[in-house]
Ligand binder design. Structure first.
Ligand code: RB5
Length: 150
């Protein structure tokens, strides 16, 4: 799998560790910044990663901020992105199986390194189940515009 990663200053300290985990599992990861722990705005880095994932079909992303909340909300504004804010291996696995998530988001102030490792393993090893879940994911892609009869 090919990953893009971006953080804000509050997620910066976990970035190198996260890259090492992804590489140790045999996957590629491209760092979109930031290059220091200086204060930045998470929407700017969410946008970089989200655009890369949409443009590079079949790729995935990892986004980290303090809580994972702001950076995942921001990424989900980009059409084609399904960024899942995860807290453990179960939510990371389900984000792939049921939601076909293409970005894994988490909070450096929320999860420890062991949890990060287990989330990445779960995310990488779980395929999208399709079936009834595909219809739901398609509705997300439609912007949840279901029409008057929904
Ligand atoms: C930065 O202080 C913090 O607000 C940010 O990293 C994130 O947690 C926002 O959702």
């Amino acid at each position: 799998m090919k990953f893009y990663i971006a953080t804000d200053h509050a997620g910066y300290a976990l970035k190198e560790f996260t890259k090492d985990i992804v590489r140790s599992l045999g996957h590629e990861i491209i760092d979109l910044g930031p290059d220091s722990a200086d204060r930045v705005d998470y929407p700017d880095f969410a946008k970089k990663c989200a655009n890369a994932v949409v443009e590079d079909k079949g790729s995935f992303g990892i986004l980290i901020c303090g809580t994972g909340i702001g950076i995942s909300i921001s990424a989900n504004k980009i059409k084609g992105v399904r960024a899942a804010l995860c807290h453990d291996a179960y939510t990371a696995s389900m984000s792939r199986a049921h939601n076909n998530a293409n970005i894994l988001a988490f909070g450096e102030r929320v999860v420890g390194r062991g949890v990060v490792e287990s989330m990445i393993e779960a995310f990488c090893n779980t395929p999208f189940e399709g079936g009834r879940h595909l219809n739901r994911v398609n509705k997300i892609e439609d912007g949840c515009n279901f029409g008057a009869n929904f």
